[in-house]
Design a protein. Structure first.
Length: 197
């Protein structure tokens, strides 16, 4: 069974903005635009029965769609940087969705994810990049941001065992429901005017 993980997709406009960040860093292996995503929960290699159970449970998630934007760049591995990423706006709905997926995974017997959820889009894997080159790269791109976009679904992706970075295959799609906006009562609606007649 291939490695599985749940993720949010990056729409084309935001992905094209991210693609402008490619290059300018020695030792960087840049992720292909079509493989950009925000990992919600890495599941790993599981047998077919467990995979089916995961899909069945994820299919029952009933959460509203929400808005996200991408902003800023950073790196993982302070003394020996190993990847460059773009940041993700902290939407409460995204954290709630991720927490529910984590609970589902633990309920069916998967070990807890040892890493704290830190939403990001990986842009490049680094091999022997110097810290000063990474700092210089990030200094010129810190004001990066995209226009907000609506997240209307999450996906189950699979990847072949590799160094990372794709290609990824969409195994299942799980729609989120439309957010219901509550009507705002105006002061005149909540306190009807008395008839003057």
């Amino acid at each position: 069974m291939p490695r599985l993980f749940t993720a949010l997709e990056i729409p084309r406009n935001a992905a094209m903005s991210l693609s402008l960040l490619r290059g300018g860093l020695p030792g960087g292996r840049w992720i292909d635009v079509e493989n950009y995503h925000i990992t919600l929960r890495f599941i790993g290699d599981v047998d077919g029965r467990t995979a089916d159970e995961i899909v069945d449970r994820l299919d029952r998630i009933d959460r509203p769609e929400f808005s996200l934007s991408l902003n800023g760049v950073g790196s993982f591995g302070s003394k020996k940087p190993h990847s460059i990423w773009a940041g993700v706006s902290p939407a409460p709905e995204m954290f709630a969705l991720q927490a529910e997926i984590e609970r589902i995974c633990q309920r069916i017997g998967l070990p807890p994810d040892p890493r704290r959820f830190s939403p990001h889009v990986t842009l490049a894997r680094l091999k022997a990049s110097r810290v000063e080159d990474v700092v210089h790269y990030m200094a010129g791109r810190g004001d990066f941001s995209t226009v907000p976009f609506t997240v209307s679904r999450f996906v189950l992706l699979s990847s072949k065992e590799s160094v990372g970075g794709g290609p990824y295959l969409t195994e299942e799609v799980f729609p989120l429901h439309e957010a219901v906006s509550r009507p705002v009562l105006s002061s005149s609606a909540s306190h009807p005017a008395k008839s003057m007649v």
